[in-house]
Design a protein around this ligand. Structure first.
Ligand SMILES: Cc1cc2nc3c(=O)[nH]c(=O)nc-3n(C[C@H](O)[C@H](O)[C@H](O)COP(=O)(O)O)c2cc1C
Length: 352
């Protein structure tokens, strides 16, 4: 292997190659994580959308198939977070990833247990704060990236963060799919790449075939960022559901959110009155309208329509713009294998 592929990231995480498979709700399950880590990448289980019981079952499943290290992704405010943290420590999980950081006490606890803290940041001003709050590795996601995303393009964010010399490995994220991207990131000064969409668009991801077919058809210019799903900028494939959301007025949004509230009542377990009360509480503390906060409550169900139920027209498809450049669904082994050989070829070509 080209020595440039041995980086501070592979040293810190104990993976073969400087490639991270990121957490994607309902996508980065034990099935995908097992495949990506067996292929030599480092994978994160998307536990931010799991209960502690679901998370434990998935961790056990990974451990029953492989002894390679992997990480768990959490959300600081999810239900059962303390149980999940203890579980990560008990099961000897190698790393914890998150957007909004957990409390300093939790960070201290997991670090004392030897887990690496791997936050994703979307703006340069968050880099030094994240390191002060205990980050061992920084994943810098540029605006091209999938799901919730910031406004700075990947290469600009990367330059801003690398130039701060924060003393931790920096990982380029948002818009990567191949070996030349990895080689470019390494020569730019990053210590590796992280990818979501590319791993979701693999034969190993649990995403239903009908939904994968929509990703394969997507166009790089038709994967916009919208705040209409949950009030935060989120990049998704432009389908009928997203177009309708984008066109909604404030009143239209409220009506749509109420309709969804009725539709998903059995899944949320909340009556319409409870939904409105919860949404109103949230709206009064943020800049969001009542319709937006109600819609945010329904967002997980709308995403699951596409990502779990295989009804892409009825749901939304979180995606990086890179989906527009991807036209195949290889296994994780093939994805990682080709990334490594192409990165080596690129590095040799430049060296020559
Ligand atoms: C389908 C999908 C679901 C995602 N879900 C999550 C999530 O639950 N938690 C999270 O931190 N990031 C989530 N993301 C963001 C990814 O982890 C990753 O940061 C992003 O996809 C990187 O950009 P790329 O898609 O260009 O590789 C999601 C992205 C996608 C495409």
């Amino acid at each position: 292997m080209h020595t440039a592929l041995n980086t501070s990231l592979t040293d810190a995480l104990g993976c073969d190659y400087p490639v991270i498979q990121t957490a994607m709700g309902w996508v980065s399950t034990a099935q995908l994580v097992t495949a990506s880590i067996e292929a030599g990448a480092f994978g994160f289980l998307a536990a931010a959308v799991m209960s502690p019981e679901e998370c434990e079952a998935e961790i056990k499943l990974i451990k029953s198939k492989t002894d390679k290290p992997f990480g768990v992704n959490i959300h600081a405010f999810q239900q059962g977070i303390d149980k999940i943290i203890d579980m990560c420590i008990d099961y000897d999980v190698a790393a914890l990833s998150y957007g909004r950081g957990p409390s300093p006490k939790i960070v201290e606890k997991v670090k004392a247990a030897g887990l690496k803290c791997v936050p994703t940041i979307g703006a340069s001003k968050h880099a030094s704060k994240a390191v002060k709050m205990g980050a061992d590795i920084l994943v810098c996601q540029g605006q091209e990236g999938g799901g919730h995303t910031g406004a700075t393009p990947t290469w600009l964010l990367l330059a801003q963060v690398i130039d701060q010399n924060l003393g931790v490995p920096v990982v380029a994220c948002g818009g990567f799919k191949d070996g030349r991207g990895l080689a470019a990131a390494l020569t730019f000064g990053a210590d590796g790449i992280a990818m979501g969409t590319r791993f979701m668009m693999s034969s190993d991801s649990p995403t239903p075939d009908a939904t994968k077919a929509e990703y394969l058809k997507s166009d790089v210019l038709k994967i916009p960022v919208s705040t209409k799903l949950d009030g935060l900028p989120q990049r998704m494939v432009l389908n009928g559901t997203l177009s309708d959301l984008e066109k909604s007025s404030k009143l239209g949004m409220l009506i749509r959110a109420m309709q969804n509230g009725m539709k998903y009542k059995s899944q949320t377990g909340m009556s319409m009155g409870q939904t409105i009360k919860t949404a109103w509480g949230m709206a009064s503390k943020t800049d969001m309208t009542l319709g937006q906060t109600m819609m945010a409550g329904n967002a997980p169900m709308i995403i699951q329509k596409a990502m779990v139920e295989g009804k892409p027209d009825e749901g939304v498809l979180p995606s990086g713009q890179i989906a527009g450049l991807i036209d195949d669904l290889p296994s994780c082994a093939d994805i990682v294998g080709k990334i490594v050989s192409d990165a080596e070829a690129s590095l040799k070509r430049v060296g020559a």
